[in-house]
Design a protein around this ligand. Structure first.
Ligand code: ADP
Ligand code: MG
Length: 706
């Protein structure tokens, strides 16, 4: 057709092709964005191996070979038409879609701004098929019919993008040069490689023999981070899984699978030891690499105060949310995403990471301790034949050790109590100096045979939560003294360090573990004469401040609690030896540690708490919450009545004095030795309950100066 005689081309048509090109440029900004789309298609296709070849920063050539499911020959002619996708069949599907791209625009867009060739073979095909595309349509090469051409090839797909932006010079000139574009490509590949550690990736420049990035298949996120970002990051990584806070267990159990409030996240983030100039933040939402400046800001602000000023962390976060929550109106390649409930989810994730980091910060001393101790020991005991524990015979201490290295070396050494006998007036008689009381013997504790799945699961949880360094500290500690009985604070020493311990928290965890270890095989504490359940609960409810604001009267509360317990009488007796007669008398309690009797002043509180605090509806949670309550009851602490505290009576009664004396003795001579032998301390104790207060050599140095 001769345009000079036919007049100008119809404007609409011209506009359409320009519009398509502009639209394509919106989706495909630069080589790395084309690559990202193509990568996501390969992942959608179930590839386990993805090989990438790049020439000129992707502007000359971008080639991605995968071993995925391939494309059927019949689909090739329409492959690059806009809105053709195998991933949505009906509009409603948009809402459920979890795969990467969802608009069928990527290949079409690429075909508008480059020479696109697709070579593909499905398992069912005998050979591979090859087709080329321009402006959304399959093209005919060398005069043959518009048909894919048969060729040799492996299962999977090779996408070849050549001369990107050849027809949009403005876009091309906006690019930064091939080396910068190449590093952007490597960045995208690296991030997807980390997120898909089971898949092997490689990326290289065309013509070069060695790839710039390779990852093995069947790896892990952590290993892939080590492999790509290096050992410095990997060694300081913390892994955490995060779930929404469940408000009400029962409510949660009833909601349907499609609940929009359900989400889960997995994070790998660096601990306070790691510091970089710039934050590295990898965010995947439903397995798609996205950007969220809000989330990035939130995470960075967690580290303020944890890292020195000017330092930044590395954070990898994979978030899975209901696809319905992702704002589908955001353009698929606008990487900045928004989703419903963004604020709450971000808050929850930040909270969890913050808590873990703060715990980490406090336990920093533990993490480094191993090394430090080694060198100290070498310096000090190097020639004494490998005494590396503080609790070695006192021969070590009598060696000529520099005085600031002198440490308490045996259980027989003086404790705080004997050094400061007037520390607490109620301790006029120091139990340590009471020869009539021999030190307790830690009883043998046997793991009961139990094949209830719930109990095995709870035992596993204890084992998995174990913190190695803390275990060693507890196992090899030397008891220094009780600092404050009512606040449950004690000092222990390990190696050359002094730790302030909340022995209440430690004992609570320990008794919980004793409950699990001996599940179904407890000894019995007989209560004679058996007290009335109702009377005990009544005592506790009446002492309880909180019940004043309750809608129920105290009698009603007592009724309810007694009922809850009475209905479960059989179960309580069978599993826990908590025997209550039909008439409501408490005949026996489980004994968790031979030689230790819990403070029976706390019995009313224990029984009262069984009502509201135990989850009676699910087996695992019931056992766990019951044993936690039992453990809380077992915590060695005196219980002074409010009235006495208020009247400001300095002196306590004789029987209270006796109780206090007994408790102190038990803590030192029975509980700490038993914990050393049997406890599996969890990391969570480091959050608050075990704090290193001094490094003894430093402390002695201070004293020497005085
Ligand atoms: P979308 O990914 O949104 O469906 P695309 O334009 O990216 O749209 O791809 C169009 C279709 O081409 C996909 O739905 C898929 O069926 C097919 N496809 C593209 N790349 C591959 C591949 N590497 N392996 C198998 N199928 C592919
Ligand atoms: Mg796609």
């Amino acid at each position: 057709m001769d345009s000079s005689t036919a007049g100008p081309q119809p404007i609409r048509r011209l506009q359409q092709s320009v519009i398509n090109r502009i639209a394509a440029g919106e989706i495909i900004h630069r080589p790395s964005s084309a690559l990202k789309e193509i990568l996501e298609n390969s992942l959608d296709a179930g590839a386990t191996s993805i090989r990438i070849t790049i020439k000129d920063g992707g502007m000359k050539l971008l080639q991605i070979q995968d071993n995925g499911c391939g494309i059927r020959k019949a689909d090739l002619p329409i492959l690059a038409e806009r809105f053709t996708t195998s991933k949505i069949s009906a509009f409603q599907d948009l809402e459920k879609l979890t795969t990467y791209g969802f608009r069928g625009e990527a290949l079409a867009s690429i075909s508008y701004v480059s020479n696109l060739t697709v070579t593909t073979k499905t398992k069912a095909d005998a050979c591979a098929w090859k087709a080329s595309y321009v402006d959304g349509a399959m093209i005919v090469k060398d005069g043959s019919a518009a048909e894919p051409k048969a060729c040799a090839g492996n299962d999977g797909t090779i996408i070849t993008v050549e001369n990107l932006f050849y027809n949009t010079p403005a876009r091309l000139s906006a690019l930064r040069g091939s080396s910068e574009e190449y590093s952007r490509i490597l960045d995208v590949v690296t991030k997807y490689a980390i997120h898909n550690p089971q898949i092997s990736f490689s990326c290289k420049k065309s013509g070069s023999a060695a790839p710039d990035l390779t990852t093995p298949s069947e790896s892990s996120v952590r290993n892939t981070i080590r492999h790509t970002y290096g050992q410095t990051i990997a060694k300081d990584l913390i892994h955490t899984e995060i779930k929404p806070l469940t408000v009400d267990e029962e409510e949660v159990m009833d909601v349907d699978e499609d609940d929009v409030t359900k989400w889960s996240a997995e994070a790998y983030f660096t601990n306070p030891n790691y510091q970089a100039k710039k934050t590295v933040f990898l965010l995947f939402i439903n397995h798609r690499l996205v950007e969220s400046s809000r989330m990035k800001k939130a995470l960075e602000s967690i580290y303020v105060g944890i890292l020195p000023k000017g330092s930044s962390p590395f954070v990898y976060l994979s978030l899975e949310i209901n696809p319905r929550l992702v704002d589908v109106n955001v353009h698929p390649t606008k990487r900045e995403v928004h989703f419903l409930d963004e604020e709450n989810i971000t808050q929850r994730i930040s909270d969890v990471i913050h808590d873990v980091l703060v715990g980490q910060n406090q336990s920093k001393t533990f993490e480094n301790k191993g090394k430090e101790r080694e060198t100290l020991d070498e310096a000090e005991y190097g020639d004494s034949g490998g005494h590396s524990e503080a609790r070695t015979p006192s021969t070590v201490a009598t060696k000529k050790t520099p005085s600031h290295h002198k440490v308490r070396t045996s259980m027989q050494d003086r404790t705080l109590d004997s050094m400061f006998p007037i520390l607490d007036p109620s301790q006029a008689v120091s139990v340590e100096s009471d020869p009539a009381r021999p030190p307790a013997k830690v009883p043998d504790i046997k793991l009961s045979e139990c094949n209830l799945g719930s109990v095995l699961q709870l035992r596993d949880e204890v084992a998995n939560a174990k913190h190695q360094e803390l275990t060693e500290i507890i196992q090899k500690h030397i008891f220094v003294g009780i600092v404050d009985l009512s606040r449950c604070l004690s000092l222990i020493q390990h190696s050359k360090k002094l730790y302030l311990i909340n022995h209440g928290a430690l004992c609570e965890e320990f008794f919980y573990q004793l409950g699990l270890i001996q599940f179904g095989n407890y000894n019995r504490i007989r209560l004679e004469p058996a007290p009335s359940l109702r009377k005990l609960v009544n005592l506790a409810v009446n002492a309880e401040e909180g019940t004043r604001n309750s809608k129920l009267s105290k009698e009603e509360i007592v009724d309810r609690i007694v009922n809850i317990i009475m209905i479960r009488r059989d179960m309580l007796q069978d599993y826990f030896l908590l025997e209550i007669t039909e008439g409501g008398l408490v005949k026996s309690l489980p004994l968790l540690l031979k030689g230790y009797t819990p403070n029976l002043d706390k019995l009313p509180l224990f029984l009262m708490r069984l009502g509201p605090q135990v989850n009676w509806h699910s087996e695992t949670e019931c056992f766990e919450s019951f044993l936690r309550e039992l453990a809380y009851f077992y915590v060695p602490e005196p219980l002074f009545s409010e009235a006495q505290n208020e009247s400001g009576k300095a002196d306590t009664s004789d029987s209270e004095k006796a109780t206090v004396t007994a408790i102190r003795w038990q803590i030192q001579h029975l509980l700490f030795p038993a914990m050393a032998r049997y406890m599996v301390p969890p990391r969570t104790l480091l959050d608050r309950d075990v704090v290193q207060v001094a490094n003894l050599p430093d402390l002695y140095r201070v004293f020497e100066r005085c």
